[in-house]
Design a protein around this ligand. Structure first.
Ligand code: CMP
Length: 141
């Protein structure tokens, strides 16, 4: 079993799509280990997306990610990191395969409904950004 982090982004939360996205993930075999809802501050959003700080879209991304509530979700299944990225679809919803979360709920390459960790190493770092080890260990299994 492997764990990964998803974040339901402000566009999808505001659109009322969080429940459908969580159901989609459960149908795909992910167990929800922990979930929360919060609004990121600028410092937090900049820190979370630190790896993208040199990208031209960094400031806009930070503004978007702080524009409303997000829902970080700790997910578990076999091959969770890779499977989540497949289920999410391509970053740009116009390139996302039919039936993927981004094909269904994203509206642009920035407002793309969901984030997923891109490697097991980053999953560990990103899970730790939102959830304590105690919370993850306490998840009812
Ligand atoms: P995410 O998977 O969370 O990782 C970085 C985010 O930056 C990405 O999803 C998009 O929300 C955003 N992003 C990536 N590429 C672009 C781009 N070319 N223009 C604007 N936003 C982008």
């Amino acid at each position: 079993m492997e764990t990964t982090l998803a974040i339901i982004k402000p566009d999808a939360v505001a659109a009322g799509d969080a429940g459908n996205i969580l159901a989609h993930l459960e149908r795909e075999g992910f167990e929800i280990l922990a979930i929360t809802k919060l609004r990121l501050g600028e410092t937090q959003a900049r820190a979370f997306y630190e790896v993208h700080r040199e990208r031209p879209f960094y400031d806009s991304l930070v503004e978007f990610m702080t524009s409303g509530a997000v829902m970080p979700v700790a997910l578990e299944r076999d091959n969770a990191v890779k499977r989540l990225r497949e289920v999410m679809g391509a970053t740009n919803p116009q390139e996302a395969a039919v039936g993927t979360i981004r094909s269904l709920y994203a509206t642009s390459i920035e407002k793309n409904a969901i984030h997923g960790s891109d490697s097991p190493e980053n999953a560990a770092i990103e899970l730790g950004f939102f959830f304590s080890r105690a919370e993850l260990l306490a998840a009812g299994r």
